[in-house]
Design a protein around this ligand. Structure first.
Ligand code: SF4
Length: 111
């Protein structure tokens, strides 16, 4: 588990546990987190560090059972003018499942 944001070039890459085990992953724009803590309210995977005022995921790679709460976290995150800085990626297709502001699965990171 890493505390570092994941490089977008890594999308669909070979890092992490097998895709069959953890079919989804999180890409987090930590530098754009405004510490609103909404993510932690809706998902156990997210924690707000009160000393830094920045949230972080406990796990970057998630399975089906953890998908919904992380999608919810991505959707409620108010950073970046409400687009959000939590991205949930389908590792198989490389598509962004949430927040997907473009509606076409492209990654909405803005490093
Ligand atoms: S909801 Fe977004 S801005 Fe707020 S703490 Fe979580 S990641 Fe950061």
């Amino acid at each position: 588990m890493s505390e570092e944001p994941i490089d977008p070039a890594d999308i669909g890459g070979e890092d992490g546990p097998p895709v069959a085990e953890k079919p989804y992953k999180i890409i987090f724009e930590a530098n754009k987190c405004i510490g609103a803590g909404k993510c932690a309210e809706v998902s156990e995977n997210w924690e707000l560090d009160l000393s830094t005022g920045i949230a972080s995921p406990k796990q970057y790679f998630i399975d089906e059972s953890e998908l919904d709460e992380n999608i919810r976290a991505a959707e409620v995150c108010p950073a970046k003018k409400d687009v959000g800085v939590i991205h949930v990626i389908d590792r198989e297709t490389g598509d962004e499942l949430a927040p997907d502001p473009h509606g076409d699965g492209t990654l909405s990171v803005d490093w």
